[in-house]
Design a protein around this ligand. Structure first.
Ligand SMILES: Cc1cc2nc3c(=O)[nH]c(=O)nc-3n(C[C@H](O)[C@H](O)[C@H](O)COP(=O)(O)OP(=O)(O)OC[C@H]3O[C@@H](n4cnc5c(N)ncnc54)[C@H](O)[C@@H]3O)c2cc1C
Length: 409
C-alpha cells in the first residue's frame, strides 16, 4: 500500500471512484482510494441507476449532465461497459402550475445544450403507452438521459483511474484521521498513510469519521424502497424501452427493467436508519421492507399506470440513503481550520450527480476553484451547529417533497 500520497479518497462508492478518476484525469495520480470493504459496498450497489438531467434545482443540471458525460468517458477509457440505457425521461405535470414551472427551465436547458421539451399528453401516450394521461398537463421530456448500471459504472471509473496511475486498497477501513505536521495521517489496519489532501466520500459514515476532529457534519440516512415487477405484457409488446417516468403526485419514479417496471418511492412519512450510529458490522445488506408505508403511493400509481396494477412484485429492496438537511450534496473544503480536508458526501442521488460532482470537486482541488459557481452545494454551508433534531426535521421535509418542485421556482 502507498504510504505517502498527494490525496487519499475515503470510500469507494460511485462518488469516491469518480473523484479518483477525475483527479487522475486532471493529472493528480499520486492518489490512493481506501475502501472499508469492496467498491460499491455502501448504497451504490443497490441503487436503481437512474441518471436524469432533471433535478429540482435548475442550477444542479450541470452536475447531472457532467455525470453521464463522465461515465461514458470512463467506459471509453476503461473498456468496461457502464450499461447506459438512453431511454429519456418524462416528468409529468400534475397541475397547470407544474407545467408552467417546467416551461421556466427551457432557457436553462437550451443554454446547456441539453435536449428538453415540455410536451402535451398525446406525446406522453406515444412515448409511454402505459401512462394514463387524463388529468395530466403534459410532461417535461429529456430524451437523452436514462439509467446506468451503478456497479459497472463505479468499476469502469476505478479501472480508468488505475490505468492512469491511481491506487485502490480494498478491505481497508480508515480508523482514524489526524492532522500532523501540515499533512493528514490516516490510520488503517494495514498501517498508516500520509496525505496532503483527504476527500471524504464515505456517505453517512463521513459524519462519524469526522466527529473526533470536532466536526459536526449533518449527514443521516433514511430508508428508501425500490420495487421490481415481473414482466408486464404491455411492455413486452413494445419493441423499444419506455422512458423513465416521474410523478410528483404519486411521489414515485418508474423505469423499465427488462420486461417489467422498477420503481422508487419517496414516502410521505420517511423513516430514518441508524440515527444513533451505523452498526460497525454493516455489510452489503438490505433493510427489512415495509409495504404498508408504500401502499398509499402504490394505489395512486395503479390508477396512473393500470399495467402496474396487474403486475406481480418480484423484488422489494429497502436500502439506506444518505441525506443532508437541504437534500443537496456537500462538496469542497469543510472548515478553514482543516486545510486539505475535502468533502464529497451527502448524496441522495449520487448516481445521477456523482460523476459531475467529482469533476466539480477535482477542479477545485487541482486549480483552486470549482468548475463553476454553485454555492448551494458547498460543504461549509451548514457550519458546525446543526443539531441532530434539526437535521432530522429538515431531511424529513426534503424527503417528503419527493418530486414536487419548490414553490419558489
Ligand atoms: C433503494 C435505492 C435506490 C436508489 N436509486 C438511485 C438512483 O436510481 N439514482 C441515483 O442517483 N441514486 C439512487 N440512490 C442513491 C444512491 O445509491 C446514492 O446516492 C449513491 O450510491 C451514493 O454514493 P456514495 O459513493 O456517496 O456512497 P456509498 O455508495 O454509500 O459509498 C460510501 C463508501 O464508503 C465506504 N466507507 C465507509 N466508511 C469507510 C471507512 N471508514 N474507510 C473506508 N471506506 C469507508 C463504504 O464501505 C462505501 O463503499 C438509491 C438509493 C437507494 C437506497
Amino acid at each position: 500500500m502507498k504510504t505517502d500520497v498527494q490525496v487519499v479518497v475515503v470510500g469507494g462508492g460511485i462518488v469516491g471512484a469518480a473523484t479518483l478518476y477525475w483527479l487522475a484525469k486532471l493529472g493528480w495520480t499520486n492518489t490512493l482510494l481506501l475502501e472499508r470493504r469492496n467498491l460499491t459496498s455502501g448504497s451504490t450497489w443497490h441503487a436503481a441507476g437512474n441518471t436524469t438531467y432533471f433535478g429540482p434545482y435548475a442550477q444542479m443540471t450541470r452536475l447531472f449532465a457532467g455525470s453521464i458525460r463522465t461515465y461514458l468517458q470512463a467506459e471509453k477509457d476503461s473498456g468496461q461497459s457502464i450499461g447506459f440505457h438512453q431511454t429519456g425521461s418524462l416528468r409529468v405535470a400534475t397541475t397547470q402550475r407544474e407545467r408552467e414551472q417546467f416551461h421556466s427551465f427551457e432557457a436553462g436547458y437550451q443554454a446547456l445544450d441539453i435536449a428538453y421539451q415540455v410536451v402535451d399528453n398525446d406525446v406522453i401516450n406515444e412515448l409511454h403507452p402505459c401512462i394514463r394521461t387524463d388529468g395530466l398537463f403534459g410532461a417535461a421530456h429529456t430524451p437523452t438521459d436514462g439509467h446506468v448500471d451503478p456497479s459497472s459504472t463505479t468499476q469502469a471509473m476505478a479501472k480508468a483511474a488505475r490505468g492512469l496511475g491511481a491506487a485502490i486498497e480494498l478491505q481497508c477501513p480508515v480508523q482514524q484521521l489526524t492532522r500532523e505536521n501540515n499533512s493528514w495521517l490516516l490510520q488503517t489496519q494495514s498501517g498508516s498513510v500520509r496525505a496532503q489532501h483527504v476527500v471524504m466520500s464515505a456517505s453517512f459514515w463521513t459524519r462519524e469519521l469526522l466527529e473526533p476532529l470536532g466536526l459536526n457534519v449533518p449527514l443521516y440516512a433514511t430508508e428508501h424502497h425500490e420495487l421490481i415487477t415481473d414482466a408486464v405484457p404491455e411492455i413486452s409488446a413494445l419493441n423499444y424501452e419506455v422512458p423513465a417516468y416521474r410523478d410528483s403526485y404519486v411521489s414515485c419514479s418508474m423505469r423499465q427493467e427488462q420486461q417489467g417496471f422498477l420503481l422508487g418511492i419517496y414516502e410521505s412519512e420517511p423513516v430514518f436508519w441508524s440515527l444513533d450510529g451505523i452498526p460497525a458490522n454493516f455489510k452489503e445488506e438490505l433493510l427489512a421492507p415495509n409495504t404498508d408505508r408504500l401502499e398509499p403511493h402504490l394505489e395512486k400509481l395503479m390508477k396512473r399506470v393500470p399495467a402496474f396494477a396487474d403486475a406481480g412484485i418480484k423484488t422489494i429492496n429497502n436500502g439506506p440513503m444518505c441525506w443532508t438537511p437541504d437534500g443537496l450534496p456537500m462538496l469542497g473544503p469543510i472548515a478553514k481550520k482543516y486545510p486539505g480536508l475535502w468533502l464529497a458526501s451527502g448524496f441522495n442521488v449520487g448516481i445521477g450527480t456523482g460523476g459531475g460532482s467529482a469533476e466539480f470537486l477535482a477542479h477545485w482541488m487541482v486549480y483552486g476553484k470549482p468548475l463553476f459557481d454553485l454555492p448551494i452545494v458547498h460543504a461549509s454551508r451548514f457550519g458546525n451547529e446543526v443539531t441532530k433534531a434539526q437535521a432530522v426535521d429538515s431531511i424529513k421535509a426534503c424527503y417528503r417533497q419527493g418530486y414536487r418542485l419548490p414553490d419558489s421556482i
